[in-house]
Design a protein around this ligand. Structure first.
Ligand SMILES: Nc1ncnc2c1ncn2[C@@H]1O[C@H](COP(=O)(O)OP(=O)(O)OP(=O)(O)O)[C@@H](O)[C@H]1O
Length: 366
């Protein structure tokens, strides 16, 4: 197979073919017309690689095509055109019996956990191994360390009804790992959980990725999931990948409108209401020009605003923003007001440019 060369961060400036554990190549999925409803093109022209050992997050709104994408990986759906490779095997070309074999190398966790209420924690985690025909001693040797890994060793004889949502998802993770999969598919696995529990489940998935080297493909509608765990992100909208790249790059320099809207609350892109309501396109005499300044990496911790204020002899008014870390790297987006004189604006923009900061004039206020 001639692997297409794409930039997935695995080599210098995108010149190295990615060692993809999962690869979508020219994938289109059209659900045929049914009585009373037209055909739906759920996915169109998807080219996407999940590099081996990495975590790729796919984010999109409801109906964007996320579930379809993930169901193509385990062969629950077949593409209308194109191929989906899992470790080099085109799952779309497999007969049902071969597909069952490949599915053993794919673990999956779900939004609503999908546990059997009549089975204990141990019984749920052991289920795929029972189905695969392993002996009880082999099953025990596999499941007990997994219950330790997910922090549920002391709950092994409890039933799902006795567990919290986070604990249920930990059982789901143990069950997904039982067959030693090559890839873990996560379908909105934290969407039913509160923020703190979400954090702990994401931490667990991060640990599993690092310690077991497990490749993870996750779909979500929450940017917090992407920033918490993913190395790379693909933004899907209307069945197409509209933006894809390193999480820090996409968070700090989003190019696409859909990406920007997902990021609005995350990274200080939303203007405070008291500014947004007063914004005008033209400068106002005696007023302020409103700028958004993006600090990336080491610049996030530099006292650039006080330097700007001193160098130009102006007041810099902080109107909003956020300073945080994304994928472990410092990042800030601040909205500031400076005196709205053309000369001040020109000098401010060149001051910021000299320091390598991204800057954007948003408008003017009285
Ligand atoms: N089995 C099906 N038959 C017909 N249309 C379908 C089928 N499954 C999904 N679709 C349609 O395909 C499009 C993509 O759906 P999909 O479930 O993949 O999106 P999604 O991003 O996962 O949405 P959500 O977050 O709401 O689950 C939608 O327009 C949906 O209505």
């Amino acid at each position: 197979m001639n692997a297409p060369v794409i930039n997935a961060g695995a080599g210098p400036s995108g010149t190295t073919p990615v060692d993809a554990l999962v690869r979508f190549q020219g994938v289109t999925k059209t659900y045929p017309a049914r009585r009373g409803s037209a055909a739906v093109e759920a996915l169109a022209g998807i080219d996407l690689a999940v590099p081996r050992g990495s975590i790729l997050g796919v984010i999109g709104r409801s109906g964007a095509g996320k579930s379809t994408l993930i169901r193509l990986v385990n062969g629950l759906e077949r593409p209308t055109h194109g191929s989906v490779f899992v470790d080099g095997v085109d799952v779309a070309a497999l007969a049902e019996a071969e597909l069952r074999e490949v599915r053993r190398s794919i673990g999956m966790i779900f939004q609503h956990f999908n546990l059997l209420s009549s089975r204990t924690v141990y019984g749920n985690a052991a289920l795929p191994l029972e189905i695969a025909g392993l002996r009880p001693a082999e099953i025990r040797a596999r499941v007990e360390p997994l219950l330790d890994l997910v922090g549920l060793a002391d709950k092994r004889d409890r039933y799902p009804a006795e567990l919290s949502g986070g604990q249920k998802q930990r059982v789901g993770i143990a069950r997904a790992l039982a067959t030693k999969p090559k890839v873990l598919l996560s379908d909105e696995a934290t969407s039913a959980l509160d923020p703190e529990t979400t954090r702990s489940i994401l931490d667990l998935l991060g640990t599993i990725n690092r310690e077991l080297g497990l490749t993870i493909l996750l779909i979500t509608h929450e940017m917090v999931v992407i920033r918490g765990i993913a190395h790379r992100v693909a933004v899907i909208d209307g069945g197409r990948i509209v933006e894809e790249g390193d999480v820090f790059d996409i968070f700090t320099r989003p190019q696409n409108a859909t990406t920007r809207s997902f990021l609005a609350d995350e990274t200080g892109r939303n203007l405070p209401a008291f500014v947004a309501g007063r914004l005008r396109p033209e400068p106002v005499a005696g007023g302020q020009t409103v700028l958004r300044i993006v600090f990336r990496g080491p610049f996030a911790t530099h006292p650039v605003l006080s330097q700007l204020s001193r160098a130009l002899g102006i007041d810099v008014n902080i109107l909003g923003g956020a300073v945080d870390a994304i994928a472990g790297r410092p990042f800030g987006a601040l909205v500031v007001g400076i005196p709205s004189e053309a000369a001040v604006l020109a000098r401010t923009l060149s001051f910021l440019a000299e320091r390598g900061l991204d800057r954007e004039v948003i408008g003017h206020v009285a």
